[in-house]
Design a protein around this ligand. Sequence first.
Ligand code: N01
Length: 577
Amino acid sequence: MSVSDKQTEGGTAGETDYDAIIVGAGFSGLYQLHLLRDKLGLSVKVIEKADDVGGTWYWNRYPGARCDSESHIYCYSFNDEILDEWEWSERYPEQPEVLEYLRFATDQLNLRSDIEFETEVTSAAFDENSGTWQISTDDGETVTSQFFITAVGCLSEPYIPDFEGIEGFKDGSYHLDTVFEGEAYHTGKWPHDPVDFEGKDVAVIGTGATGIQAIPEIAKEGARTLTIFQRTPNYAVPARNRPLGDEDWEEIQANYRKILDSAHDSGFGMPFSVGRETAEDMTQEEVEEFLEPRWKEGGFRLLLSFEDLVVNSETNEKVSQFLRDKIRETVEDPELAEKLVPTDHYYATKRPPLHTDYYKTYNRDNVSLVDVDEDPIERITSEGLETGETSYEFDMIILATGFDAMTGTLLQMDIRGRDGLTLDEKWADGPLTYLGLSVHGFPNMFTITGPQSPSVLSNMPVAIEHHVEWVSNCIEYLVENDVKLLEPTKAAEDAWTAHNKEVADQTLYPTADSWYMNENIPDKPTVFTPYIGGVDVYHGIITEVAEKEYEGFELTESINDLGRHGDQPRLSVMEGD
Ligand code: N01
């Protein structure tokens, strides 16, 4: 029975346009639509800014854009037909292939008709009198729904540094609005038409995972010169991409369910075993011998070399040393090599990038590095850009400067809960959530891969499936039990927030100035935003909450209780609350 059916029989019959509104048609929004519509029979609308599905894979089309998770685990696991019919062509899928995969899944599940494309949510407000959400969009429409689900991704809001001479994006365009007379782009909103580098002097600002993927490709694609502006060097590990052949696929298909189950039961959403407990008792030579085969295998296997890698500085330092030496071995100019060697943070405390020929690219004659740590970029000029000390001239400037991660897109949307409180106000000192899925004061709102959930510390589709299935099961429970509103208690939210901090503080992560810590955006509160307790542990926690009939949430049965929060009897399932 659908929520609409329930409403027809019970209280708010036909009072909402939809049972659920989902924002975003990427991996999470698509699956959420499928479950709510096809399993629960609800009326659902997805609102999507782009003109197609894909989410992050729609926008991030820069040269070299590729998934760092291995293709056979970067997929939906819930549907055998999709699993059987789709074959990835490479070990790590390139952006066009992931986008094609999501289009394929969309069509297999017949989802398009319930997605409103080219529409942006401009505000979402909870109405206390009716207990419903009112969602307004940039075409001037407002729709209402009982449930409001954000599926907006964690890295969707491009970050544009506050350089003089740069305003943002030109309206409705992929071009940056600058005083610069050449071309200027951000990797997170890359043009759909081919960008021509041939014979041009190109600048790339930023050496995170994106810059590290884009730089080798731009250098190869005919740029006359490529100048990289680096503020902090990174530890990039070779991906060792290769085509996947029939033999690979036969092996994957023969074990697919087991592989995926193992990914879902792991700490990072990847089915790789952890190498050893610690490197504490090993010499540097022994560590290097142990790491070498993992290095040769490539990818995130190195991340799982030692169980205590992100909690024990001694282990981490040995692994970091190994990686520093690899950079020195590859970059021919020793002075340049030292500039590329990270010494300010422990390996993996910033998101560890994978690369294909990144360090080798610096041996090319057309590539040079400018270290802007001590001499920051100050302004964009009509000819190029200026640091405090030097002016540079270019034909093209590319910002690979990352995202207002985790909360940026949510806060852009002007979400308002009880008493008109904005999410922005609520999160002024950092995100406060229960389970990274819900927020006190914002009833019937769910945040897929929200802050304080494993999200970006997982192979994303795994974290996404856990959340989407949890939300669907939760809504099913609410419908079956005639519950109108679900809202986490303040106590549960405080406890979850404290738990997040406690777990993060046991690791080395807070020692780095990373976007995990919000440190990439000036004025954002410094706080570790994802949940680092492990995908498997986290999944156990949210499953138990559901089994205990949504412990930590207040469940409101009667629509008459709405708007009188606190005075009216409520069905509470949290013990002692
Ligand atoms: O962004 P980043 P990203 N002057 O924030 C520099 C995911 N991803 O787009 O380190 C000069 O990591 C900044 O310098 P610093 C992945 O989760 C996934 O690269 O702050 N430089 C840094 O070098 C990743 O972590 C895949 O000192 C400035 C860079 O810009 C996340 O996206 C592929 C500056 C930004 O790095 C974000 O990666 C690619 C300034 N004023 C990315 N401001 C997949 O595999 C910033 N920088 C799916």
